[in-house]
Ligand binder design. Structure first.
Ligand SMILES: Cc1cc2nc3c(=O)[nH]c(=O)nc-3n(C[C@H](O)[C@H](O)[C@H](O)COP(=O)(O)OP(=O)(O)OC[C@H]3O[C@@H](n4cnc5c(N)ncnc54)[C@H](O)[C@@H]3O)c2cc1C
Ligand code: HEM
Length: 396
C-alpha cells in the first residue's frame, strides 16, 4: 500500500469506532442474503446476538489502526485462523467476503466514501485476506502432514455417552471410516456440525477435547445450555443431549486452537476453570499425568454446586503431591467436605512462586472477566496467561 492509501484507511478509524457494528451488521445481512449457503457455517445464534458483528467490527478496526504494521496483530490473526480452519474456510470465500465488505462500506458511508477510499480499502482487505489465506494454508498443511488430520468434515460415530454431571455429558467419538485418529495438543478443540431440522440448516459449534490425544477416541463434554431469561435453550447442545444417542453420526473437524499446554515448559502450571470451562483442563491434566514428569500442577475449579461439578472422580485421583486440587462451590453444603465456599479467592490457592507459573484459564464470560484482570493485577506477565473463551470474538 502507498502512503496515501495508508492515510485514507487510517482516516476511517473514527468512523469505524463509531459505526463499525452498523457496518458489519449491514455486511452480514447483505452477504447472507446473496450467499444463503453461508448460513450453514455461520453460527446463527451469534448472528442474532450481534456477537459475530461485534467480533468482525473489532477486527476491522484493529486492522485499520495497525495498517502501517499489521504484524502487531499476528496473535489475533492466528487465533481467528484457527477458528476459520476448524470451520473449513476456503481461500475462494475471501473474495465473497471482500465483495460484500467493500459494497457495505460504500452503502453505509454513502457520499463520505470516495472512490479513492474504496480503492484503498480494496487493497487493504486483499492484504489482510492474503495474510489469513497464508496462515490458514499452513495450519491445514500441518494438520494433515504432522497430526493425521483432514480438511472439512469427517463423519464420526457416537460410540458412548457418559453423564458427567446434571448438565454435562461426554460424547466418545470414533471415525466412521475406522481410520486413524488425529494427534492434538491438550487444550485444543474440534468443530462439530449438526443438521437443525427447524431451520433446515447445518450449524457448527466448537467443543474442547476433554481427554488427551489417544488412539481410541475423541472425547468432547457438552453442557446442556438452558433457556436464559427470555431466550430459548441452546440449539446444538440440547440437540446433542436429547436427539443424539449412542450410534448417531456427527460431522467433526480436525482439532485446532492456539490454547494448549506447552509440554516443553518446566514451570508450575495453574489450571483455573469455572463450570464447563473444565473441559480443556481435563485434557491438559490427563496429558501431564501421562507424561510422567514432575512438574507441579495446581488444578483449581469453581462450580455452582456438587450437582453440576463434572469429572470430580478423575480430578480427586490425580496423584498428589504433583497435583494440588482445590474446588470452590457457590452453594456448598455440609456434605461437600473437600470443597471451599465460593467465590474462589485466588490469593488463597495460588502457590507462593506463582510469578513463575504458567496460567491456563477457561470459564463462563463472568468468570473470565473477573479472574483475568485479577491475574494481571497480581503482576503475572501477559505471556504466561493463556485464556480460552467459549464465545465468539474472545472475552468481551
Ligand atoms: C473454543 C471453544 C471451545 C468450547 N468448548 C466447549 C466445551 O468443551 N463444552 C461446552 O459445553 N461448550 C463449549 N463451547 C461452547 C459451544 O461451542 C457452544 O457455544 C455451546 O454448546 C452453546 O451452543 P448451543 O447451540 O447449545 O447454544 P446457542 O443456541 O448457541 O445459544 C447459546 C446461548 O445464547 C442464548 N440465546 C439464544 N438466542 C439469543 C439471543 N437472541 N440473544 C441473547 N441470547 C440468546 C441461549 O439461551 C443460550 O444460553 C466452546 C466454544 C468455543 C469457542
Ligand atoms: C479478512 C477477512 C476476515 C476477517 C477479518 C474475519 C474475522 C473474523 C473474526 C474476528 C471472527 C471471530 C473469531 C472468534 O470467534 O474468536 C471470525 C469468525 C468466523 N469467520 Fe471470519 N473473518 C474473515 C474472513 C472470513 C471468511 C472468508 C469466511 C467464510 C465465508 C469467514 C467465516 C467465519 C466464520 C463462519 C466464523 C465463526 C462465526 C461464529 O461462530 O460466530 N470469515 N472471523
Amino acid at each position: 500500500m502507498n502512503e496515501q492509501q495508508i492515510a485514507l484507511v487510517k482516516d476511517t478509524v473514527p468512523v469505524l469506532r463509531e459505526s463499525g457494528v452498523a457496518l458489519t451488521s449491514h455486511f452480514y445481512q447483505r452477504m447472507l442474503t446473496h450467499n444463503p449457503e453461508l448460513k450453514n457455517i455461520f453460527n446463527q445464534v451469534h448472528q442474532q446476538k450481534g456477537r459475530q458483528q461485534r467480533a468482525l467490527a473489532n477486527a476491522v478496526l484493529a486492522y485499520a489502526e495497525h495498517i502501517d504494521d499489521p504484524s502487531a496483530l499476528n496473535a489475533v490473526v492466528e487465533r481467528i485462523a484457527h477458528k476459520h480452519t476448524s470451520l473449513g474456510i476456503r481461500p475462494e470465500q475471501y473474495a465473497i467476503v471482500g465483495k460484500h465488505l467493500l459494497a457495505s462500506i460504500k452503502e453505509v458511508l454513502g457520499e463520505a466514501a470516495s472512490q479513492e477510499l474504496i480503492d484503498a480499502w480494496a487493497i487493504a482487505y486483499q492484504q489482510l485476506a492474503d495474510l489469513f489465506i497464508q496462515v490458514e494454508s499452513q495450519l491445514y498443511q500441518t494438520a494433515i502432514n504432522d497430526h493425521q488430520g483432514w480438511t472439512g468434515w469427517r463423519p464420526f460415530k457416537i460410540a458412548k455417552k457418559v453423564q458427567e454431571s446434571d448438565e454435562i455429558t461426554s460424547f466418545y467419538l470414533t471415525p466412521c471410516d475406522q481410520g486413524t485418529l488425529p494427534h492434538y495438543h491438550p487444550g485444543q478443540y474440534i468443530s462439530v456440525r449438526v443438521f437443525i431440522p427447524d431451520t433446515d440448516l447445518y450449524q457448527p459449534r466448537q467443543y474442547s477435547l476433554s481427554i488427551a490425544s489417544n488412539n481410541e477416541y475423541l472425547r468432547i463434554s457438552v453442557k446442556k445450555q438452558p433457556a436464559l431469561d427470555k431466550y430459548p435453550e441452546g440449539v446444538v447442545s440440547n440437540l446433542l443431549h436429547e436427539e443424539y444417542t449412542e450410534g448417531s453420526i456427527i460431522d467433526v473437524s480436525t482439532p485446532y486452537g492456539d490454547f494448549f499446554w506447552d509440554s516443553d515448559s518446566t514451570h508450575p502450571t495453574v489450571l483455573l476453570s469455572g463450570g464447563v470451562g473444565i473441559t480443556p483442563m481435563m485434557a491438559i491434566a490427563d496429558a501431564i499425568n501421562a507424561a510422567n514428569d514432575t512438574q507441579k500442577v495446581y488444578f483449581i475449579h469453581s462450580a455452582r454446586s456438587s450437582n453440576v461439578h463434572a469429572f470430580k472422580t478423575f480430578t480427586d485421583n490425580l496423584p498428589s503431591p504433583q497435583f494440588s486440587v482445590s474446588y470452590f462451590y457457590d452453594n456448598k453444603t455440609i456434605a461437600d467436605s473437600d470443597v471451599q465456599q465460593g467465590p474462589l479467592t485466588l490469593e488463597d490457592v495460588l502457590p507462593s512462586d506463582y510469578h513463575n507459573a504458567d496460567f491456563y484459564v477457561c470459564g463462563p464470560e463472568g468468570f473470565m472477566q473477573n479472574y483475568l484482570p485479577k491475574l494481571r493485577q497480581l503482576g503475572i506477565d501477559e505471556s504466561r496467561i493463556h485464556a480460552e473463551a467459549f464465545g465468539s470474538g474472545g472475552v468481551e
